[in-house]
Design a protein around this ligand. Structure first.
Ligand SMILES: [Zn+2]
Length: 290
């Protein structure tokens, strides 16, 4: 990977700048789920992305990032095609071209880099990183609690790492990005009683297996106002860092979703995922996962 290309200007960011931000937000020693845009700094990162990662690890943080990997998505098979699955008539998925790739395992370094961002890519590629066992929506983590955070993730239990983050009183940190990328709000949807959507991947014998995934998150900015009282903020060069306790996001969003399910809707009346999420998500029979 090339070093990150950011707009060159007079500010060059180095490890102490990141340590200051981490300390100001009170993140030292904590578990932190990070969503980020390196472009948001509008400045040169002199220490490189690895220097930034080491700033967190040096402050005894365990960092976790989304490491989603669309490349492993398979075409659906009829027994795993429930109603209200955010898939419309399924034609988009049935017609999808598939790549000839070996089934996912936790040593894979495949990541949908454009969506996940370069910081996530660097965390995943670190030789010490630990990856959750989910073909499409895995998390990757680095630091003392990495295994504890992502070790419980399975194809059925996509948000186990976010539940663990809550149980451990960890944080969600948005680095120059908005709530529309905060995966933890999908966990709040699940906590409010919604069933996560079903997508498909290959199992070890190249059999198609169902996997739990999130839906559309374009409407999650609707939570900005109700979460603002829980946010701590710092600015690093031109990048706004916004930090929340994971439990605050989940508890507040869950309550608002229960009171008004439409709060998560992106506003596009043709969005199958949002329409079906408001309805409660896919309807799975009792033997679905057997
Ligand atoms: Zn939507």
């Amino acid at each position: 990977m090339d070093s990150v290309k950011t707009q060159q200007n007079s500010i060059g960011l180095d490890v102490p700048d990141f340590i200051n931000a981490i300390t100001e937000l009170g993140l030292n020693g904590s578990e932190v789920c990070i969503h980020s845009s390196m472009k948001s700094f509008g400045a040169d990162i002199k220490c490189g992305i690895n220097g930034m990662i080491n700033a967190f690890l040096g402050q005894k943080c365990t960092i976790m990032v989304p490491a989603f990997s669309d490349i492993y998505e398979a075409r659906p098979v009829s027994k795993y095609m429930p109603a209200y699955n955010g898939t419309g008539d399924y034609s988009y998925f049935l017609e999808k071209t598939e790549t000839d790739i070996a089934p996912f395992d936790i040593t894979s370094k495949e990541i949908s880099a454009e969506d996940m961002g370069i910081f996530s890519q660097y965390v995943l590629h670190d030789e010490k990183s630990v990856r959750g066992n989910h073909p499409l929506n895995s998390f990757a983590a680095l630091g003392n609690s990495a295994q504890k955070l992502v070790g419980g993730q399975t194809h059925k239990n996509v948000y186990a790492p976010l539940k663990q983050l809550c149980d451990d009183d960890g944080y969600v940190l948005l680095i120059g990005v908005g709530l529309d990328v905060a995966t933890i709000i999908h966990f709040a949807e699940q906590s409010a009683g919604r069933t996560p959507f079903i997508r498909w991947a290959y199992g070890k014998e190249r059999n198609v297996i169902p996997v739990s995934t999130g839906g559309c998150s374009k409407g999650f900015g609707h939570f900005n106002d109700v979460l603002s009282g829980y946010a701590k903020r710092v600015t690093v060069a031109k990048s706004d860092w916004v930090c929340y306790k994971a439990t605050a996001i989940v508890n507040v969003c869950q309550k608002y979703i229960e009171n008004n399910p439409y709060i998560t809707h992106c506003g596009n009346k043709y969005c199958d995922r949002c329409n079906d999420a408001v309805h409660g998500g896919p309807v799975l029979n009792n033997s679905f996962w057997d």
